[in-house]
Write a protein that binds this ligand. Sequence first.
Ligand code: GDP
Ligand code: IMO
Ligand code: MG
Length: 426
Amino acid sequence: MSATAVIGLQWGDEAKGKIVDLLTDQHDVVVRYQGGNNAGHTVVCNGQTYKLSLLPVGVLRPQVTSVIATGVVINPKALLGEIEGLKSRSMPVGSNLLISDRAHVIFPHHVAEEAALEESRKDNAIGTTMRGIGTCYRDKAGRTHAIRVGDLYYPDIFRTRLADIVAQKNTILRALAPAFTPLDAGQIAEEYLGYAKQLEPHVIDTTSFLHKSLAQGKKLLFEGAQGSLLDIDHGTFPFVTSSSSSGCGIHSGSGVPERSISRMIGVVKAYTTRVGGGPFPTELNNAIGQHIRDVGREYGTVTGRPRRCGWFDAVAAGYGARISGVDCIAVMLLDVLSQLDEIKVCTAYDIDGERTTDFPSHVEALARAKPVYETLAGWKSDICGVRKLADFPKAARDYLETLGELLGKPVEIISVGPDREQTILD
Ligand code: GDP
Ligand code: IMO
Ligand code: MG
């Protein structure tokens, strides 16, 4: 029992990256197990800001082994770009990075297909990150059009399979978007074989590595991407990502049984944000929402899109906490609320006149949910310098206590700024 997991309980961007970075020096191995370069994890350390997408946050500490496990979808060009970006900042990535040979590969046709599909959905678009994540996972589930990292090391078979796949994709893409210029399978194959050569030193059977690490008593840290409400099975479908982004995905995405995890940390913002489409009951389309966006710098790490902002939704985050099975809560970005006179927390929904604390399974019901709020006093003072729970203004402590009670789990970590030092460990 020597593993920890960090899981977002909302719609992503809960500041999981900061928590993972804080915990890396107590762990030997950091594991990304789902998602891809749709994730954007910002870490501020030693006065430097790093934005990691596909690479686990562990790469910022070379003594830690970082693993991109089986359940991740990999765009090799993006991955090599990220590695190059770190190298240019004197943070080289070498034998400290391991990549699963079972992980699936994102190709140009995945990105093109996603663009065409999103375009065709018009006002009802999912609002994806346009990275080909959903189309790659779809092909993985479909099996016939999928290529895994390990396949890149059988060049002849790979070239033949890719030629078949791209021929069919060109037909589909031309039907979706008649102006589409067909993709050249031969060119893509050689390009990807080049990437494969560069990545080869990192590619192994990561499942076997993780099991050996556990047997050796090494400490594992699982880095969730996205958030529980974006989970393909349990989230606000279809406005979700295409992987198991709640705690449910750890086992399937890494091959490590969940019973190996002794501490599951659920990360929440002190309010709620969402990027892309889909219902958001506590969304604030007003001056307070804009204030939160400005103070919290709520713009997407990956796409730069303004994030939708709203009050903390305990019905949604509580559901996220239950499906992910968290032991404790990290409340992040509490400082962002410091200037508000009063702060609201959604404690229940009113759906068609019925009050409920259950999170609806259908987005149409969620879209009709009217939040029932509890209003708390604001603390109206700067808390960025607070380092001990006892030093918070009483109103801030009351707010944290309310969140803990509503989520039914202890608040064990509080964050009052992006820096490592701006963290209170209770
Ligand atoms: P992730 O995807 O869950 O890792 O979160 P993101 O990195 O996308 O977004 C969180 C943002 O909040 C990042 O820019 C962090 O640097 C920043 N951040 C983290 N903790 C705090 C905090 O306590 N206060 C403030 N103001 N910013 C924070
Ligand atoms: P991190 O790890 C916030 C959202 C997209 C879109 C939906 C589907 O930084 O928390 P996709 O490209 O995955 O098919 O998009 O999911 N989304 C995220 N929102 N944070 C993320 O990652 C996200 N990754 C995907 O905005 O609504
Ligand atoms: Mg993010």
